[in-house]
Ligand binder design. Sequence first.
Ligand code: PHE
Ligand code: CO
Length: 295
Amino acid sequence: ILCCRQCERAGTRMGKAPATYGASTHGLRGDYSGMLADYTVEQDYASYDEAAQGRWRRLYARQMKLVPGRACPEFLRVIETLDYEQGVPRFAEVNQRLSAATGWQVVAVPGLLPENVFFGHLAARRFPVPVWLREESEFDYIVEPDIFHDFFGHVPLLFDPVFADYMQAYGRGGLKAEGLHALEYLARLYWYTVEFGLIDTPQGLRIYGAGILSSPSEIDHALASPEPRRIAFDLRRVMRTRYKIDSFQQSYFVIDDFGQLFRETAPDFTPIYQQVAAQSTLAAGEVLPGERLFG
Ligand code: PHE
Ligand code: CO
């Protein structure tokens, strides 16, 4: 949940915030007052009123019309089985299926987390999800990740064994990158894979990035618009590339399969961070000579 849309802005705010993230003092959305030391809270299911339940069902129905033939098969296979059409999911129910499939859990949190807390959860195969749902005025666009973005966009892929291992490796890599002052590079990797990744399949390009899958308008932009660049995934290239947090992406990176993602991110990043730091940073929409582009 760290790196969705406005995470950079939120991260900046967090950097300035006092050591405790009390709801009244830091400007982040969510109630951080009753959480445990690992930032988890109980999901108070009665807190979702009828308006919220109806909003969830409309968000879900709208998105389900858009994903067939556009989301990757790994996503589509799972989303149907999750009973999301009933209303806001219960963490405990999703966890029964998810832990059986890959050993992952979703944990309820107040909202955005400090980076080290977020990485620590991922490293332990726990995906943090805010308990709150967006307001009606945010139906089309939400500036922070909410429970819909996370359950719809992220959770289905955690059922895929290879992608699940990638996410855990990412969490471990995050804890390590903090000491190497390389979080900026690692955040770009998350952004261009977990949030906005495309995948090449025999049927054509498909989406696996949660930021696209949970957006009503970016689905079409990512796959069909002539505007953005669709560039073959290259680890160093991704780490060099800035991204847009408040508009459609100008570039997407395309993987062949989740195995490629796992393999290419498996090596020790320490020397890779040094190489990337020595190279120029690229603008979001920039294309380099000789780069392999998808249509
Ligand atoms: N291999 C990375 C490192 O050594 C860790 C990592 C794996 C980061 C997968 C992101 C994704 O730092
Ligand atoms: Co997200």
